[in-house]
Design a binder for this molecule. Structure first.
Ligand code: F6R
Length: 534
């Protein structure tokens, strides 16, 4: 399912009308499947305008509507027959005899459905089907059920649909409780489908649709088996309020995001005693936040490797565990899990310094080197978690052994731990240097800050070490640029707080490459914010 994310309802209607218009231009005798409801009204308004301007022609088109209440008189202002005439048929040059809507006045509704199904078949099926989505995931009037009827049929409407429709009727008694509707297979036989979702009331179901496996409880998930479905939705329907959780070895961070705005952030200590205890404490915190902020979806960033939905990590008690399933025991919302470095990259790409680019690579410099690759604003995922750029081999001849089992991994040369190791060796070899004095004054230890203290004091040994470190850093970045051709590289980690001292000489080393070198603006929050955006 492709997603077209629109800023607002106007853009959604425009995008949808462009698709319908192209269909009619390419094939004037198209068979269109039409929907009613509030969502496609803007689309129909645009089509009417395009028809008035002579940009599209309905004269050869045939239409089949998805559904109709049963029983209902065509003259009833709430009938879909009435709706279609009001919003489209009476305003465009369509041949009225080529428009079809299940007959809400039919004496024999079962026969009416059989005939309707046959008529669609006789026309060679639907070329482009327009769908809305109910808050419970219905499409047409295929309501959540154990078993979904595949062809056009008479159906009972659920309480929630009756409730949602009550806004159109004066009294509850008037609201129809049954409908005639195309079935799931009638819909799936369409050659192309566009599904429209607008407004915050749809955000929960859109989240469920995108995050759930195919299941009859959310009928719209059936669309996932179709090869050509486009979900066109606006930001309110797409995002809602999201909770992101970044599980780290020391702290668990939480962030609430609405649209692109960060509403709330907090963190707790990581409860590492047991898997169950950790899940329970994180879930409890989530439940508090969920009730306060009316959260619609939860994203979890985890350390370690994710393979077939199972997480294996070393710094938290995750030994091949299905995290989404574990959290689902406590949290009744769509939950998505991804690797923490991927989440950080997504956070930076959507909410941070990378938000103006489509393709970025985020590099986190710390004990090791973490990485996340974003292509076209999405995490680039492989078979297992992706972006292990720290383990790119940059020295094949006499490479430093890496705990991963390889030799010569980039992080053995360009991580902050590597810098400290290189500086310590240089200090010991140059006992008359400022770097060595600082090392001695600090109980024979160096850290990132102390190395910069020596650089600031003008120590040539420290400067040389840092210059070599930058060469190593640049070498890896050059390979990344060559392979992935990102628009920007975003660097994160405490060392990048040195700003100009690292970014200026690094840009100098990469000046022949057409890429922006930037420092993360979200830093430690990137993981939780990105998890929220999953
Ligand atoms: C209408 C239809 C329904 C609606 C759905 C959403 O023909 O089949 O599935 O698309 O109930 O309705 P709105 O757009 O009013 O939210």
């Amino acid at each position: 399912m492709r997603v077209i994310l629109c800023e607002n309802y106007e853009e959604l209607s425009l995008q949808a009308s462009k698709i319908v218009a192209s269909q009619l231009i390419l094939k004037p005798e198209s068979i269109l499947g039409l929907a009613t409801g509030s969502t496609p009204i803007g689309l129909y308004e645009n089509l009417v305008k395009m028809n008035e301007m002579g940009e599209i022609d309905f004269s050869k088109a045939t239409t089949f509507n998805l559904d109709e209440y049963y029983p209902i008189k065509k003259s009833n202002s709430q009938s879909y027959d009435y709706f279609m005439n009001k919003h489209l048929f009476s305003k465009v040059n369509i041949n009225k005899s080529k428009t079809h809507i299940p007959n809400g006045e039919a004496i024999d509704p079962v026969k009416e459905c059989e005939d309707y199904e046959l008529l669609i078949k006789q026309h060679g099926g639907i070329d482009l089907q327009i769908l809305g989505i109910g808050q419970n995931g219905h499409i047409g009037f295929n309501e959540p059920d154990f078993n979904l009827n595949s062809v056009t049929h008479l159906t009972n409407l659920t309480e929630s649909t009756i409730e949602a429709n009550s806004r159109f009727f004066e009294s509850r008694e008037e609201i129809p409780t049954k409908a005639l509707t195309m079935g799931i297979s009638t819909i799936l036989k369409s050659k192309k489908i566009i599904l429209l979702a607008s407004g915050a009331s749809k955000s929960k179901v859109v989240g469920e649709l995108l995050n759930s496996e195919i299941n009859t409880n959310i009928p719209a998930t059936m669309l996932k088996v179709h090869p050509d479905v486009i979900l066109i939705c606006d930001r309110d329907a797409y995002s809602g309020v999201r909770l992101g959780v970044d599980i780290g070895g020391t702290n668990v961070k939480f962030a609430v995001v609405e649209g692109n705005t960060v509403k709330f952030k907090t963190q707790t200590k990581t409860e590492k005693e047991s898997f169950e205890k950790l899940i329970k404490t994180i879930s409890q915190q989530c439940i508090d936040i969920i009730s306060q902020y009316k959260i619609k979806t939860v994203g979890i960033g985890t350390p370690g490797i994710i393979s077939n939905g199972k997480v294996k990590a070393t710094n938290v008690p995750f030994d091949n565990v299905d995290l989404a399933k574990a959290f689902k025991k406590y949290i009744d919302l769509p939950i998505t899990v991804d690797n923490d470095a991927n989440c950080a990259a997504l956070g930076e790409a959507q909410l941070g310094v990378g938000s103006q680019y489509d393709n970025i690579v985020m590099i986190t410099l710390g004990t090791g080197i973490g990485g996340g690759i974003i292509t076209h604003k999405h995490i680039c995922d492989g078979k297992t978690s992706n972006g292990e750029i720290g383990h790119m081999i940059i020295n094949a001849v006499d490479g430093i052994p890496c705990p991963c089992g390889q030799k010569g991994c980039w992080e053995q040369y360009a991580s902050v731990s590597a810098l400290i190791r290189q500086a310590t060796n240089a200090a010991l070899e140059n006992k008359n240097s400022t770097l060595y004095s600082i090392y001695e004054e600090n109980s024979n230890q160096l850290n990132g800050e102390l190395i910069f203290e020596a650089i600031d004091a003008g120590c040539p040994v420290a400067n040389q070490v840092f210059s070599t470190y930058l060469d190593y850093l640049a070498v890896g970045i050059k390979s990344i640029i060559k392979i992935l051709s990102p628009e920007a590289i975003v660097l994160a980690g405490a060392i990048t707080l040195q700003n100009d001292k690292i970014i200026t000489p690094l840009r100098e080393r990469l000046k022949d490459y057409d890429v922006d070198i930037l420092i993360s603006t979200l830093q430690n929050d990137a993981g939780a914010l990105g998890a929220a955006m999953l």
